[in-house]
Design a protein. Structure first.
Length: 752
């Protein structure tokens, strides 16, 4: 986390200071850990050579050399930091800190895989496959101290892999931090694969000045760092000049509150990497795309965390974050501890005690909580920062500071703090109780917004007026970007399109980004998007460049940024898919096939990876292979109706009518509200002269695709072929009212 600069000593020259005994002891312990790891007997050979070679050892002890410079003036801050989670975010394996984990123990997973932990002069992990094959690893480093420790095993290509088995130092047990525990060997999240690769998935947020060093040609890493763990420079930036002249304020890297919060967010956020080069003092949106509730399944509709979303996104969606409350208002940046206790509400009430500080709503706890002081429910955090376990045993508080609302539980399945605690009572009980306690205060914007988002998630096409009104009036930038993104299905309607055009100058890069991506769905928006190539935010520039496709200027700076972005994410399946699409845009078919093939191989259990490869192969004229890949997509994700739909389109190109109909029927059986599939099924059935069945399918399509004139027009033509002229005229009139020119001509031809 970023830190405010502590006051310097008044002496003209820094006094020579001895390190506090605790720091000296910990340095000796960690340095001895390095020796234990690397100077091992020759008879104990690991399966693979160590990744942390001698040239990186000097950057792998705590505190690092740059930290030692800080101690001279900032001994207290360094002492606080030395025992923090940041300091120990990544560390070499230590004979003292890790000996308990490597007492002999055998664990057999549900699929029969046996893992044996031991210590024959050095920590050892033996993995015995079901066929009896044994691999022996010597862990090189560890992530974390508590509530769990993950150990890093060396693999070929400069890789360190995190095991799915983690150690709980609180009770001395090993446990599987993944759910489900058993993963197919070709699953992206299997512990040997890319989902559990430290270099790409973990390292940046656990190291100082990490350089991933991925080489696409050899598919290998030469990862380097300045220090293990999060040290001074990671949050303050390079401090060499300041250390040399500590009294010169111009040489200290001061940051605004926003930039300090962005600094925390660089690690404490669920986000997409844009550069791999974030440094302290830079803006979040110049290096990351924040993940928010417009991405299905990550958050609940009210903004509560659902998947592993971390803290920054929640804070950005909260009214506290909107009003300027930062991480450092509550957390000591060096120790990581809270500035005041939660147990007696001292931390929260430091702002919320009447009449309120910094615009905070005044709260009288005696009348607000309706719980006896000191009991569960009387603490602010119990209700407004509910706890969710991630990685099985890591309890984390939600930083959205949301309002518990049992109405959302009943309507949308959103959890609420009342029923989290009173699990034996119903949501109806909680609704009545909160209504009695708080009355009309529960009818708040957060409820209205969540209900509208819930309707969007259920594909309720009538939600547009409410959604558009909320987007127009939303104050919080993160929520505004969510609501704008959800306007996607209606992006080409005149009222929505004009609104999106205005948002191209919104103050938030999140909102400008969303507007660019939606406007790009209209091929006539190129002139509107081009000015965003010079946007102050790299996030927006990248989106504008990506969406321009054939209009990209490959000599421009925004084009070079796009290439750098694609190279930065090329070691993961999502990045490979993007590389494939980029190559396809530039008509480099062989490159597109290569990258799409990598994505499908790296993420074999993902339908999306096979779908992209199928589309690329089809563009390359390899239709039979494309059909085979689309079939694989449907096999690995049988519940996704998109894959049989896309397969039907491929069969249509191949002229296999019977297969088209079969796959479209499968699509609508999988998702009965899939309007496009119903539409195409109606057309296919009409082509086969199955007119009653075609009419039934097109009527379903009209229900789920309101406002799409082509559907009503197609229904009119089939009614006419079936001799149902009155219904044909009614459908044609609906198409005409939606501005479909061909409907007017059809109406003239239909008999009265």
């Amino acid at each position: 986390m970023p830190r405010k600069h502590p006051r310097k000593t008044a002496a003209s020259k820094p006094a020579r200071r001895w390190l506090p005994p605790a720091i000296l002891a910990l340095m000796v312990l960690l340095i001895s850990g390095a020796a234990w790891l690397h100077f091992r007997p020759e008879k104990e050979k690991a399966t693979y050579p160590p990744v942390i070679q001698k040239d990186l050892l000097t950057s792998s002890v705590t505190p690092p050399a740059e930290g030692a410079k800080c101690i001279a003036c900032h001994a207290k801050e360094v002492a606080d930091w030395m025992t923090s989670h940041h300091a120990n975010a990544n560390r070499l394996v230590s004979p003292v800190m890790d000996s308990a984990a490597f007492k002999h123990k055998e664990i057999v997973s549900p699929d029969g895989l046996k893992t044996i932990f031991g210590n024959n002069g050095m920590p050892t992990v033996s993995v015995v496959e079901q066929n009896g094959m044994r691999a022996v690893f010597h862990p090189e480093a560890a992530i974390g101290v508590t509530p769990l420790v993950q150990y890093l095993l060396p693999f070929p290509g400069g890789r360190l892999q995190t095991m799915s088995l983690s150690f709980d130092p609180r009770n001395g047990t090993w446990f599987n931090m993944q759910t489900p525990e058993v993963r197919a060997t070709d699953d992206w999240a299997h512990w040997r694969n890319r989902g559990m690769n430290w270099n790409s998935q973990c390292a940046f947020c656990h190291m100082t000045n990490l350089q991933k060093g991925y080489d696409a040609d050899s598919d290998s890493y030469r990862t380097t760092w300045d220090a293990m763990g999060i040290s001074c420079a990671q949050c303050h930036g390079p401090m060499d000049k300041h250390a040399a002249q500590p009294k010169d304020p111009a040489l200290f890297n001061k940051m605004s509150v926003k930039l300090m919060t962005d600094n925390c967010g660089s690690c404490h956020a669920r986000r997409e990497e844009l550069t791999g080069k974030f440094h302290a003092g830079e803006e979040f949106s110049n290096h990351y795309r924040l993940s928010l509730p417009d991405l299905a399944g990550l958050y609940y509709p009210d903004g509560q965390i659902k998947e592993e979303d971390y803290e920054y996104g929640s804070l950005m969606m909260s009214r506290m974050g909107h009003k300027g409350i930062s991480c450092l208002d509550c957390h000591n940046p060096h120790s990581g501890k809270l500035r005041l206790p939660l147990e007696n509400n001292a931390l929260c009430m430091s702002c919320h005690t009447p009449p309120g500080v910094r615009g905070a709503i005044p709260v009288d706890m005696a009348t607000h909580s309706h719980h006896v002081a000191g009991t569960p429910g009387s603490r602010c955090a119990d209700c407004h920062m509910p706890v969710t376990n991630y990685m099985v045993r890591d309890a984390r508080r939600d930083h959205g500071f949301t309002i518990p609302d049992p109405v959302l539980t009943k309507e949308l399945g959103v959890p609420n703090s009342c029923n989290r605690c009173h699990s034996d009572l119903s949501a109806d009980w909680a609704i009545e109780t909160t209504k009695k306690w708080y009355g009309s205060k529960m009818e708040r914007r957060s409820r209205q917004r969540a209900l509208v988002i819930g309707r969007v998630e259920k594909n309720d096409s009538s939600v547009l007026p409410e959604l558009l009104a909320l987007a127009r009036s939303e104050e919080i930038a993160a929520w505004r970007s969510v609501l704008v993104s959800l306007l996607g299905p209606w992006a080409q309607q005149d009222g929505v399109r004009s609104f999106l055009q205005k948002l191209l100058s919104d103050e938030s890069p999140l909102v400008r980004s969303a507007a660019v991506r939606l406007l790009a769905r209209d091929s006539g928006s190129t002139a509107l998007i081009k000015p965003l190539l010079a946007d102050p935010s790299r996030l927006v520039r990248l989106d504008a460049t990506w969406e321009l496709h054939d209009s990209r200027d490959n000599g421009g700076s925004s084009y070079r940024e796009l290439v750098e972005y694609l190279d930065a994410i090329a070691d993961q399946p999502a990045g490979a898919r993007r590389k494939a699409q980029f190559a396809l845009d530039e008509h480099r078919i062989d490159d597109a096939v290569k990258w799409a093939g990598k994505a499908a191989a790296w993420d074999a259990t993902s339908g999306d990876a096979h779908q992209v490869l199928s589309m690329v192969l089809n563009s390359a004229g390899r239709r039979d292979e494309a059909i085979a890949e689309m079939r694989k997509a449907g096999e690995v994700e049988p519940g996704n109706a998109e894959y049989p739909f896309m397969l039907a389109l491929l069969y249509g190109e191949a002229g296999k009518t019977d297969e088209v109909t079969a796959q479209l029927k499968k699509a609508v059986a999988t998702d009965p509200k899939f309007g496009r599939a119903w539409y195409n099924l109606g057309l296919a059935l009409a082509q086969q002269e199955q007119l009653p069945e075609s009419i039934a399918a097109l009527r379903q399509a009209e229900e789920f695709l309101p406002g799409v004139p082509e559907v009503s027009y197609a229904l009119a033509t089939v009614y006419a072929r079936a001799g149902q002229m009155t219904k044909a005229r009614e459908a044609a009139t609906r198409a005409q009212s939606l501005g479909y020119p061909s409907a007017t001509q059809l109406l003239k031809q239909l008999p009265q």
